[in-house]
Design a protein around this ligand. Structure first.
Ligand SMILES: [Fe+2]
Ligand SMILES: [Fe+2]
Length: 324
């Protein structure tokens, strides 16, 4: 089986004081213990599939409603629906594996017992997400898998090789997980298969806790940073955002569904046109609005929505409220 070895070195901080130092962080750890769930016990794997085999609402497919879509037969639409779902879930499976590895490094690097305890729970959460999504692909989507997109690989290589916990946290708990929360919300709402809906609901509960770690841990680091350090954090945020927001075209899913080169060109053109006119189908429109609002809000809370960052967000198509 293919695997990837990423070389690096990190510092392990061994704590001796196990008393509560950061009450809100310890509270998040308590919630994590209370809300553990088990993919083997809590998901109804034997529930019947949908009558037509669809996994998601067709509205989540980029070409939904376009002339290309109109030309497809019902059988082709169902096939594309399943392949696009498998493509997106594959991206998420790799993301969960990367998150698990990054958090296991963070258990070592972060200082403070409360922070270490919380990160230990996130390692277990991400393992469960990796497990449950993989099981979904295996049991409900005929074991369909698609390769890890380049942008996702580059982002995780950078997260996993940087020695500093706050750099990992900016990319993972702030940028990637803010995105993931909106993504799982949308997929949960648009899921045709009730098993997928339930999985998204459960993952979502965990993800908002993970985002909470960033919200608690990052503001003081940003506040105490020197000008140069702050600039580096801003640049890293923008790099992570760019990787998360661009370069996710499910090419292999269209290829496997039998689309020719010319047809894939047509799909790409349609996607560009929709983006230019902000003309998304309902779920996607809601997702963008929700994700942009959450991202802007979280960056502002952490102190990273600066005048250097704003134009770069705008260039990525993120809608910004006018500066106060
Ligand atoms: Fe996760
Ligand atoms: Fe997470």
């Amino acid at each position: 089986m293919e695997r990837r070895v990423i070389s690096g070195s990190i510092d392990t901080v061994f704590e001796f004081d196990y008393s509560v130092q950061a009450e809100d962080m310890r509270g998040l750890y308590e919630k994590a213990k209370r809300d553990q769930w088990n993919a083997s016990r809590d998901i109804q794997w034997t529930a019947p599939a949908t009558d037509d085999g669809r996994v998601l609402s067709d509205e989540l497919i980029d070409i939904y409603g376009s002339p290309i879509w109109e030309r497809l037969s019902e059988r082709e639409r169902v096939d594309l629906n399943r392949r696009i779902a498998a493509w997106r879930l594959s991206v998420l499976v790799y993301g969960e594996q990367g998150a698990m590895l990054a958090c296991s490094q963070m258990v070592d690097i972060v200082t403070g017992t409360d922070q270490k305890f919380f990160q230990a729970t996130q390692v277990a959460d991400e393992a469960r997400h990796n497990e449950v999504l993989e099981r979904y692909l295996e049991t409900r989507l005929d074991g369909l898998h698609y390769p890890m997109p380049e942008n996702e690989r580059v982002l995780f290589d950078s997260i996993l090789t940087d020695r500093r916990w706050y750099v990992k946290t900016i990319a993972l708990q702030l940028v990637a997980e803010t995105f993931a929360v909106s993504m799982f919300k949308m997929m949960g709402e648009a899921a045709a298969d009730p098993v997928l809906k339930e999985i998204c609901r459960r993952i979502l509960q965990d993800e908002s806790r993970h985002m909470g770690f960033g919200m608690l841990a990052l503001p003081s680091v940003v506040k105490e940073a020197s000008a140069a350090e702050r600039q580096e954090m801003e640049d890293y945020t923008c790099m992570a955002l760019e990787k998360v927001l661009t370069g996710f075209f499910p090419l292999e899913a269209y290829q496997d569904a039998g689309f020719s080169k010319a047809q894939i060109g047509e799909v790409r053109r349609h996607r560009r046109e929709v983006a230019a006119h902000n003309d998304y189908a309902v779920y996607r429109k809601y997702f963008r609005r929700d994700m942009h609002a959450a991202m802007v809000n979280n960056l502002a809370r952490i102190g990273l929505l600066t005048e250097r960052v704003r134009p770069r967000l705008a260039a990525l198509g993120v809608e910004l409220p006018t500066a106060a």
